[in-house]
Structure formats: C-alpha cells, structure tokens
Design a binder for this molecule. Structure first.
Ligand code: G3H
Ligand code: 13P
Ligand code: ZN
Length: 317
C-alpha cells in the first residue's frame, strides 16, 4: 500500500496531535547536507513515518538557506512523506523571521538563557509573526547543559524546568510546543562514565499535568550508540567516555507528553563511523561517493531503528 504523495512541507500541528494521542513521538533530526537529508527522509518513507528536519544556525551557515530549502523540497518530492522544516535553537527574532519568510514551517525561539519575563516577551513576538504566516513555534523553559554552536553551557549552569512556570509561559506566549530540561544535554558526552543516567520523569509528569494535551519537546536526546563510539575509537578516533540517553528512557518519554525528540549527535556518529570504516579499510578510496554512500547508509539504518524502536512512529502516515 503506497502512501499518499504530499508535495509540500507541513507544520507540526497535526503530527503532534496524532503523536500525543497515539503515545509516540516524532523524530526531529538535524540536517546539514544532502546525504543526511536523504538518509532521514528515505528512512521515514520506508517506515511510513512523519519526520521533522531541523536546521541550526550553524547548519544554515555551513550549507546556506537556499540549498537546505531546495534539498528539503526535493526530499518531499522524492518521498512524499509529511515533513516539517524547523529552525533549531533560534537565538533572536531576526533569525526566526528570516526562516519564516524563507519557507520554514516551524521555528524554535530559544529564550531559555534570558530571564522569565524577557523569554516571554521574545517568544510572544516570534509567535505573533509566525502565526500570522502560518508557521508554528517551539519555546523553551529551563537550560540544558552541553554545546550549541558557539554556546557551551556548563553542567553547573544548566537548570531543570520549573513546572510552576509552564502554564503562565504557554498562555502568555501562545507557543505551540515547549522544550523542557529534565536532565538531557547536547552533544555526545551526556553523563559521567560510571554514573547511572537519570532523567527527571517527575518533572515531565508534572508539566503534562499542568498542560494537558500539550506537546513537549526533548532536546539533547541522542542515545550515543556504543557500536559507533567503539568503531570510531577503534579506527583512530578519540571519543572516550561518550555516553547518551538510554533508549528505554526516550521510549518512555515518547509514551508520555513528549511529541518531539531531537537527534543530532547520533547522526554525526553514524556518518563518522561509516566514513572512517571505508577510509581506514581501503586507503585507495578517494571518490567521495564511496565513503559518503556508506556514511549515508549508516545514518539511514540508525534513523530507521529510532523510528521503530525509540520513537514508535512507524506506520502513522
Ligand atoms: O542543539 C544543537 C544541535 O546539535 C545543532 O548543533 O549548532 O553544531 O549545528 P550545531
Ligand atoms: P543531541 O546532541 O543529543 O543529538 O541533541 C540534539 C538537539 O537537541 C538539537 O536541538
Ligand atoms: Zn537542542
């Protein structure tokens, strides 16, 4: 049975409603080049799953808006999958406006580093502009540790979301979804080796109780598969102690209020493991298609695995 061909990028509105009701989450995968976009969207197509392609400021600088836009449209045409094009960690109104004007269907305004009142004012301004243009908005409360572009947030400066702030934030800003901090962090080094990874599910539960049926977003949700880390390290890489969020915890979050799970580091690891394997095993290779094909295949396999076993979004198109 083929899926109905959808020839346009969509917002996350309907995806999130269905995901919330169905107890699954939509994968939001960071895109930086053609191979990554192909890997993600082909995996989503084969699994009959909607997907979110997200673009950071760094990705826009690396690949340029026009290329990413054209590639996202090419992916829609190629696969017909329901996909949203989302700005990841928009730092100010201007970048959000530029993405809204430039054809994105969803933006994140990350005001989490500002005071509560400043976060509200900034988020509200973005929501007003976005909604007037048919675009949805993700806001954030609470601070994650880790690295985003040039901003490195030390674990000591990170802070969990305070559930007693969420209703006021959502009501006053009008955001469509909310990213919260419950112990995940960006990058490939999320927990200290030898310690037990823990997430604050009690905070997630309390947020869900205060915001019934409201889509929650989990950033820093790569699970850092050890087979990639081990292979990279065996083949000359140096990622000692790379640890992610256990997949069972992400699965549990997906059955709760979490409707969007952000994954970037796992893409980087899959691509790097595949490329290292080709280059180390066959030093005569110098055709980029040789190693990029293997890197792309590794990303596609990883994304399929997430959709089936972690997100639970297979066969929902
Ligand atoms: O949240 C961070 C994402 O992994 C994007 O990373 O800013 O290096 O593109 P980036
Ligand atoms: P990871 O570094 O865990 O992949 O998180 C990505 C992310 O949150 C992008 O916004
Ligand atoms: Zn993030």
């Amino acid at each position: 049975m083929g899926i109905t061909k959808n020839m346009a990028l969509v917002t996350t509105k309907e995806m999130f409603q269905k995901a919330y009701a169905g107890g699954y989450a939509i994968g939001a995968f960071n895109i930086n080049n053609m191979e990554i976009i192909q890997a993600i969207t082909e995996a989503a197509s084969e699994e009959k799953s909607p997907v979110i392609l997200q673009v950071s400021a760094g990705a826009r600088k690396y690949a340029k808006h026009a290329y990413l836009m054209a590639l996202a449209h090419a992916a829609v045409e190629d696969t017909g999958v329901d996909m949203a094009l989302h700005l990841d960690h928009g730092a100010d109104f201007e970048i959000c406006k530029s993405c809204i004007d430039g054809g994105f269907t969803s933006v994140m305004i990350d005001g989490s580093h500002h005071s509560f009142e400043e976060n509200i004012a900034l988020t509200k301004k973005v929501v007003e502009y976005a909604h007037a243009h048919g675009v949805v908005v993700e806001g954030e409360l609470g601070k994650l540790a880790g690295v985003e572009d040039d901003v490195k947030v030390k674990a000591a400066d990170s802070s969990y979301t305070q559930p007693d702030e969420v209703e006021e934030f959502v009501t006053r800003t009008g955001v469509d979804s909310l990213a919260i901090a419950i112990g995940t962090s960006h990058g490939a080094f999320k927990f200290k080796p030898g310690t037990k990874p823990q997430l604050r599910f009690d905070i997630l539960e309390e947020v869900a109780r205060r915001l019934p049926n409201f889509p929650i977003v989990l950033h820093g949700a790569s699970s850092v598969p050890q087979e990639f880390v081990n292979e990279i390290n065996k083949l000359g890489g140096k990622l000692p102690g790379a640890i992610g969020v256990p997949e069972e915890m992400l699965r549990q979050a997906a059955t709760m209020a979490v409707c969007k799970i952000n994954i970037d580091s796992d893409i980087r690891l899959a691509m790097t493991a595949g490329i290292r394997r080709v280059l180390v095993n066959d030093p005569t290779v110098f055709d980029p298609r040789g190693y990029l094909t293997v890197g792309r295949d590794e990303v596609k396999k990883m994304v399929k695995h997430k959709i089936i076993n972690v997100l639970g979004s297979s066969n929902t198109l």
